[in-house]
Design a protein around this ligand. Structure first.
Ligand code: GDP
Ligand code: ZN
Length: 355
């Protein structure tokens, strides 16, 4: 595999020139807290961020994210890479951190095209589409709108939705298809170009995972963990988040991408699942999680067939993602505080010995 197969084009080549032969270029394929995987023409190895880069970082934006091109040095006979520099980013996918207004969280970098996925049935929502378009455009990523689940609407409906979407002033293409039946999928596949990087964004339940599995060839996200050894000699696994598809196009899918679909879900969840919200008012416990509680009206409705199991499952999936989002935010804050204390103690002036 050449660097160009991973997206290293003339633009990046120029950005990398100042680093000279001391460094090699590699693309970040996975991030898990402070652990990384990087890939280049020699293969894929675990990586760590050089202390200098870590301590000069003013926020997470200054640290590598999935898709970044970095200047690395090999360590331990090429089994570990140290990331010294991040090359300028051609594009970014980011979102505002929950809570703080001015702070951004980087989800991935150097994406050429974002597929914004909506489904033709319940999820079809131009306002939501607009929000995704703003985010994608701000990040200098080209959008392509995908309307999935075309099998659930008639051809006339689909045409109308495509026209509605186009009329809303969308610069990119709008394609209707069905990830389930495969109809129209060839047009989605035709969008994929060798050496270019793509991602799928959109609300939970629109069919991103189904489409992802359709597009996957040899490499598989979920079942292709890369084994590595951490500092204490334990074997751990990192999940690859940037993969090269059979046709040579790259696809990024990471937890941040998944959480994108859950922005501001709090009120929205009750709104889009008003039937379940209504049912839940009959639950015996006010804080019922609708998973196992006695006297749960939601479970009773699934049992009786009043509520379809599919709808119940997609509700629970969304709930879980939004809870996960909350949790990871709390965890992040906790880590930040611990890190702040560490910095303080490290910067405390050392006592002079000769006094
Ligand atoms: P994600 O949350 O965006 O990853 O969505 P999933 O891929 O998990 O799909 C959510 C649900 O929609 C699943 O039950 C899928 O089987 C279903 N689904 C996905 N694509 C289609 C489609 O093209 N047509 C229909 N009818 N259902 C689909
Ligand atoms: Zn309940």
């Amino acid at each position: 595999m050449e660097l160009s197969d991973l997206g290293f084009d003339d633009w990046f080549r120029r950005q990398g020139e100042p680093y000279g032969s001391e460094y090699r270029m590699a693309r970040v394929t996975a991030v898990d807290r402070d652990r990384y995987l990087v890939r280049n023409d020699r293969g894929e190895v675990p990586a760590e961020v050089a202390g200098r880069l870590r301590f000069s970082a003013e926020s997470s934006v200054d640290l590598p994210c999935v898709g970044d091109w970095t200047a690395i040095q090999d360590h331990d006979a090429g089994t570990l890479a140290i990331i010294h520099h991040i090359l300028p980013r051609k594009s970014v996918l980011r979102r505002k951190s929950a809570g703080r207004k001015s702070e951004y969280q980087l989800i991935s970098a150097n994406i050429d095209v974002a597929f914004i996925v909506q489904s033709c049935d319940r999820d079809f929502n131009l306002r939501r589409l607009e929000r995704y378009l703003v985010m994608v455009n701000e990040g200098r990523i080209a959008p392509v709108v995908l309307l999935n689940k075309a099998d659930l609407v008639c051809g006339h409906d689909l045409e109308q939705k495509i026209r509605e979407t186009e009329r809303a002033g969308i610069a990119g293409r709008v394609l209707g298809f069905s990830a389930k039946t495969g109809s129209g999928l060839d047009r989605v596949q035709q969008e994929l170009e060798r050496g270019k990087t793509y991602c799928l964004v959109g609300s939970s339940g629109v069919g991103k995972t189904t489409l992802l599995n359709r597009l996957l060839g040899r490499e598989v996200f979920e079942t292709h963990p890369v084994r590595e050894q951490d500092g204490r000699g334990r074997h751990t696994t990192s999940r690859r988040q940037l993969i090269v598809l059979d046709g040579g196009a790259m696809l990024i899918d990471n937890p941040g991408m998944r959480e994108l679909g859950v922005i501001g879900i709090g009120a929205g969840l009750d709104e889009s699942f008003s039937d379940i919200h209504e049912l839940s008012e009959g639950c015996r416990f006010r804080d019922c999680t609708h998973t196992q509680e006695a006297g749960c009206s939601v479970l009773a409705a699934v049992e009786s067939g009043e509520l379809s199991e599919e709808r119940y499952r997609s509700y629970m999936k969304l709930m879980k993602e939004s809870e996960h989002h909350e949790r990871s935010y709390v965890e992040r804050r906790r880590r930040d505080r611990a890190f702040g204390r560490f910095i303080k103690s490290a910067m405390r002036p050392k006592k002079r010995k000769n006094g």
